[in-house]
Design a protein around this ligand. Structure first.
Ligand SMILES: CC(C)(COP(=O)(O)OP(=O)(O)OC[C@H]1O[C@@H](n2cnc3c(N)ncnc32)[C@H](O)[C@@H]1OP(=O)(O)O)[C@@H](O)C(=O)NCCC(=O)NCCS
Length: 220
């Protein structure tokens, strides 16, 4: 039996390992496992982040992480962990290429058009031997449910065009292509978006606007 649940602090090491092993083309993995552990520890604690794990017989076999407000989380993270984070990535911190990538990673939310959803699916991983068994889909659905509970009405994912399998997965999850962005120089990423229908009356007006925006995209 596979259990899906919110991550707790004891999961940070395993999540960091999965991220490091399976998102190895991603820039965060370049910063090393110790940095990823620090990052996921802060993510699990933060109210701006949702982190969900799939667990089978006490083994973490997959996870998904998402941000309600990534800018707020980065601010929080740097305020509380600046020295520790610098120490964890030492001596890479003196490498100008790495410094540029850190800058691009922290400041890409600013480059994004304001009509694009703020909330974001950040990473999703399922261990190789469990892939193709709908675990990724279940994690995705759980994240959507958690976002909804926290009042998020739409979210996005940014995925490199050099990751065709991940692109296929997000398309299979019915993501709508809503834009492209160059987060790191020379690497084009796609932005996929999802709508979550909230039942709360106060959000009705906001949902109406974004419904018409997505409708408009269909006819572009
Ligand atoms: C992407 C990933 C999380 C998908 O997890 P998964 O558990 O294998 O996916 P599921 O079994 O839930 O598949 C759901 C749907 O997506 C499709 N899909 C999943 N992986 C796919 C692949 N590699 N190629 C094509 N389609 C794929 C499946 O066809 C499936 O639809 P179906 O049930 O109609 O066949 C997993 O492959 C993974 O961990 N990849 C490495 C890390 C990664 O690239 N993460 C994304 C970037 S952060």
């Amino acid at each position: 039996m596979i259990e899906y649940r919110l991550a707790t602090e004891k999961d940070e090491k395993k999540i960091a390992e999965l991220h490091h092993d399976y998102i190895n083309k991603g820039f965060l993995s370049e910063l090393g496992i110790n940095f990823l552990e620090l990052l996921y520890k802060a993510m699990i604690k933060s109210n701006e982040i949702v982190c969900i794990v799939a667990e089978k017989e006490n083994e973490i076999i997959g996870f998904v992480s998402g941000a309600i407000d990534l800018k707020k989380f980065y601010k929080e993270f740097l305020k509380e962990n600046f020295l520790k984070a610098t120490f964890k990535i030492f001596p890479k911190v003196f490498n100008p290429k790495i410094l540029l990538k850190i800058y691009e990673t922290i400041f890409y939310p600013i480059k994004i058009n304001q009509t694009i959803p703020h909330a974001e699916l950040l990473s999703i991983v399922v261990k190789k031997e469990y892939q193709g068994k709908n675990i990724g889909e279940e994690l995705f659905k759980y994240l959507k449910k958690e976002f909804k509970k926290r009042g998020v009405s739409e979210f996005k994912v940014i995925v490199g065009e050099n990751l065709p399998k991940a692109v296929k997965f997000y398309e299979k999850m019915n993501g709508k292509l809503i834009g492209k962005i160059e987060v790191h120089r020379g690497n084009i990423s796609r932005i996929y978006g999802w709508k979550i229908w909230l039942t709360n009356f106060a959000t009705f007006y906001q949902e109406g606007i974004s419904f018409f925006y997505y409708f408009y995209l269909d006819f572009q």
